[in-house]
Design a protein around this ligand. Structure first.
Ligand code: SF4
Length: 323
């Protein structure tokens, strides 16, 4: 690929993209507010999760924890339970820890600069710039996978990551930083998609050096795994175990016990579930209460709604009619 020199951003380019964004942006709940707390929650939820999946969780979470004070006052288990199904639960724990820091050390004020936001647990380079620009108008560019792809096609050059951040900052419309960042990401998400970009609908096609260029990168191989979950029912209670606090994946969450084999057991459900780069084929089987592995707890439906469940367990309980 030909390497082109970085050029100063044309004013018309910025105007065309902002005009397109303001006329076409998706109507998303976190775009109806400038509340830094709500924007922060949305940005944490949007890390590694699709917009469509986040909408429902965001609205429910904001009803349950409408302010940073409400979030800080909640038990961690309740916060993780509200996150249950969104995955990457460390985000929920960091969000909760950050809320407590804001309430205890910052008198409830969400930090208002990118640099200060970086001090919060779970807030990194992308998230700090996103919150600072969208909530406070700070001229700080963001780079995510969408922005990187748009810039690669626009400029006709695949840059090392540091140079992508520099280029994004150069193009940023400083007086409309929040809209600008969202416009770049929206363009990548809805028009300049990784497969089959819609170049004929693109507001900045005039400036694009590689319209339609396929920038797909090789995907890492996915692991295929099998999992047998045992469902034991006693009266109106089911038996769950809690994962250890040192588990690298889903620490302290509650789940159905895992079994080594499903021989002779009654199969209640079969389902598929994907976590990070693993695809699970799951079989849920009935287990007699007396045959259940030790170390867990019998839980009522009310308990199940209060504790953080793994995504697989929530799905299994729904599929078998328990929840
Ligand atoms: Fe992307 Fe096509 Fe627009 Fe270029 S013209 S930025 S490839 S959508």
């Amino acid at each position: 690929m030909k390497i082109l020199p970085i050029k100063a951003p044309p004013t018309e380019f910025r105007a065309a993209l902002l005009r397109w964004y303001r006329a076409n942006r998706r109507d998303l709940p976190w775009r109806k507010t400038r509340d830094p707390y709500a924007i922060w929650v949305s940005e944490i939820m949007l890390q590694q999760t699709r917009v469509a999946a986040v909408i429902e969780y965001f609205e429910r979470f904001m009803q349950q924890f409408p302010t940073v004070e409400a979030l800080a006052a909640a038990d961690e288990d309740r916060v993780v339970a509200a996150w249950s199904g969104l995955g990457y639960y460390r985000r929920a724990r960091s969000l909760h820890a950050a809320a407590r820091k804001i309430v205890n050390e910052l008198r409830g004020n969400v930090p208002n600069t990118r640099v200060a936001l970086l001090e919060l647990p779970g807030v990194g380079r992308y998230t700090s710039a996103a919150i600072a620009s969208i909530a406070y108008g700070e001229p700080a560019a963001v780079v995510d996978g969408n922005v990187e792809r748009v810039l690669e096609r626009l400029d006709g050059v695949a840059r090392p990551v540091e140079q992508v951040w520099t280029r994004a900052q150069e193009l940023l419309a400083p007086k409309a930083a929040g809209d600008w960042n969202q416009a770049m990401m929206e363009l990548g998400a809805t028009v300049c998609t990784s497969v089959a970009p819609l170049c004929d609908q693109c507001p900045v096609q005039t400036w694009c050096r590689l319209p339609g260029h396929d920038v797909r990168k090789a995907q890492p191989a996915r692991n295929k795994k099998e999992l047998i979950c045992g469902l034991a029912v006693r009266g109106k209670k089911v038996y769950l175990r809690q994962r250890g606090k040192d588990e690298s994946l889903l620490p302290l969450m509650w789940e159905l016990p895992h079994l080594e084999s499903s021989d002779n057991a009654k199969v209640l459900a079969r389902m598929k579930h994907s976590i990070t780069n693993s695809d699970y084929a799951i079989v849920v089987v009935a287990v007699e209460p007396k045959a259940i592995p030790k170390g867990g707890k019998w839980m009522s439906i009310a308990d199940l709604l209060r504790v953080p469940l793994t995504g697989i367990t929530r799905k299994a309980l729904r599929r078998t009619g328990v929840l």
